[in-house]
Design a protein around this ligand. Structure first.
Ligand code: SF4
Length: 63
């Protein structure tokens, strides 16, 4: 599984970085989410799915 954040859609709500801190951080420049692990390890796949479902902007894509 891979994950990415659509930077032009992300509004920096921080929910993803709070719920899945191993996968998402926040840019010091604009507060938008950044992906820490583009290749999601199996034990974090549920965290990635949860973060994608919980993003109010639907800015997180998993594939
Ligand atoms: S939850 Fe969505 S909008 Fe909020 S920081 Fe994460 S990717 Fe961006």
């Amino acid at each position: 599984m891979q994950v990415r954040v659509l930077d032009d859609v992300c509004q920096g709500h921080t929910l993803c970085a709070t719920s899945a801190p191993k996968l998402f951080g926040l840019s010091e420049e604009d507060g938008h989410a950044i992906v820490l692990l583009a290749e999601v390890p199996p034990e974090l796949e549920n965290d990635a799915r949860r973060a994608a479902l919980g993003c109010p902007e639907q800015a997180i894509q998993i594939f």
